[in-house]
Design a protein around this ligand. Structure first.
Ligand SMILES: O=C(O)C1=C[C@@H](OP(=O)(O)O)[C@@H](O)[C@H](O)C1
Ligand SMILES: C=C(OP(=O)(O)O)C(=O)O
Length: 404
């Protein structure tokens, strides 16, 4: 399904209710499988969370998580601890290109039996669950924080807990802190000092209901829409907190530079308003802590004519698609000049006098964030988004929420 957008397609000035954070939800689903005393509210309705929920609740020999990176990584660790169970864990063809050897190597040191069924280092995996014996490992931290979160999530159920040493540069650090914070919320003790993380064992927790905050990554596309709107345009989004655990809460400060003001209202509601048109001519941002908003920011800067140098993007090459290449290809269709390396993107200043081409077909590369990040450009010129249904990976109601 392709979607055509034009300047009158959009619905600003509304109050939005987003579904729960997919990162928090997938952590909580796993923790609930380990500690059934826990209840969860405001769970994500994303495909990735449905895949996680299904994998944990239906007893199947072959588990297919499709495109869900967190589900793939978290379930690898989970099934490794399920004694007397053998599971083949697989995913989409793209998932079979996303590396997992760092996590598998760590689990093997802890005592797991895991085999690669196809290409060494990549899913699908055959996992024979075992009682894991060791409790101390070192793990490279630069490739994906999801490997670390996966180990931390199963750690309280290991006999002696887990002591983890993070080696090298730490990527997507707020996601590791989110995992530890959620463990703490359910009553598991942890410490994180320097590059050493310790999770203490816990065999039962007190019954507790955890309410998942709504998804800041989903909110980021509305920050972009407001940045492109006339001064005074505003919208409200419910169930978002200032003291969020989510990396992409960073949009609040980043979008101030694009004239978008955020007010935190009582009842965990935010109001975002286009307050001014005072734009920087260029900005530099290191997104190593919040890689999922790279596409939102790159397209926002293009739309506003701001030159931008984005760094810390080395993880983008192994996400749903190679997001650096995808961004360059699609922005260039609109006349942008984009230079990429393995970990950065430089977008040259655009002359706002040059009119944007009409009816560009934006490819989405099976990547939800390509569709959602390019959509607001339709406020400036008619565009068409290819395979628009990809948004369901994280935000099934995106089109319903953003368009009339
Ligand atoms: O733990 C998580 O929930 C996530 C961690 C990040 O991945 P990396 O650590 O691989 O960058 C992020 O990009 C992903 O969307 C969700
Ligand atoms: C990278 C993402 O997800 P995952 O790695 O969990 O597939 C994302 O949602 O942008």
């Amino acid at each position: 399904m392709n979607i055509r957008l034009h300047p009158d397609s959009f619905k600003p000035n509304q109050t939005l209710v987003l579904s729960g954070s997919k990162s928090e939800t997938n952590r909580m689903f796993l923790l609930q499988a380990l500690f059934p005393e826990i209840k969860i509210e405001n769970v994500s309705n994303s495909d990735d969370s449905l895949a996680m929920e299904k994998a944990l609740n239906f007893f199947s020999e072959i588990v297919d998580v499709h495109h869900a990176g967190t589900a793939m990584r978290f379930l690898t660790a989970f099934f490794a601890t399920q004694e007397n169970r053998v599971v083949v864990l697989t995913g989409s063809s793209r998932m079979q290109e996303r590396p997992i050897h760092i996590l598998v190597d760590a689990l093997k040191i802890l005592g797991t039996d895991i085999q690669y069924l196809n290409q060494e280092g990549f899913p699908p995996l055959k996992i024979k669950g075992k009682k894991l014996q060791s409790s101390k490992i070192a793990i490279p931290a630069k490739i994906s924080s999801q490997y670390i979160s996966a180990l931390l999530l199963i750690a309280p159920k290991l006999e002696n807990g887990l002591s983890l040493e993070l080696i090298g540069e730490q990527t997507s650090l707020p996601y590791i802190k989110m995992t530890l914070a959620l463990l703490n919320e359910i009553g598991v003790d942890t410490t994180f000092v320097g590059n050493q993380i310790q999770v203490f064992p816990k065999h039962r927790v007190d019954p507790k209901t955890i309410t998942v905050e709504s998804d800041w990554s989903s909110a980021s596309y509305f920050f972009e829409l407001i940045a492109f709107s006339e001064i005074g345009t505003s919208l409200k989004i419910q169930k978002l907190k200032s003291n969020s655990l989510q990396a992409d809460r960073a949009v609040v400060e980043i979008f101030e530079q694009f004239g978008v003001e955020t007010q935190f209202l009582p009842n965990n509601e935010i109001q975002i308003t286009k307050a001014n048109n005072q734009l920087p001519s260029e900005i530099n941002l290191n997104l190593i802590e919040c890689p999922d908003i790279a596409q939102t920011i790159a397209v926002t800067c293009f739309g506003l004519g701001v030159q931008v140098n984005l760094t810390g993007l080395h993880t983008l090459k192994i996400k749903e698609t190679d997001r650096l290449v995808a961004l360059k290809n699609e922005l260039e269709k609109f006349g942008a000049i984009v230079e990429i390396t393995n970990d950065s993107l430089f977008l040259h200043k655009r002359n706002l006098q040059n009119v944007l081409p009409e009816n560009v077909l934006v490819k989405t590369y099976q990547d939800h964030r390509m569709a959602m990040a390019f959509a607001p450009l339709g406020l400036f010129t008619p565009i068409e988004i290819e395979n628009a249904e990809v948004v369901s990976k994280s935000y099934p109601k995106f089109w319903e929420n953003i368009c009339f």
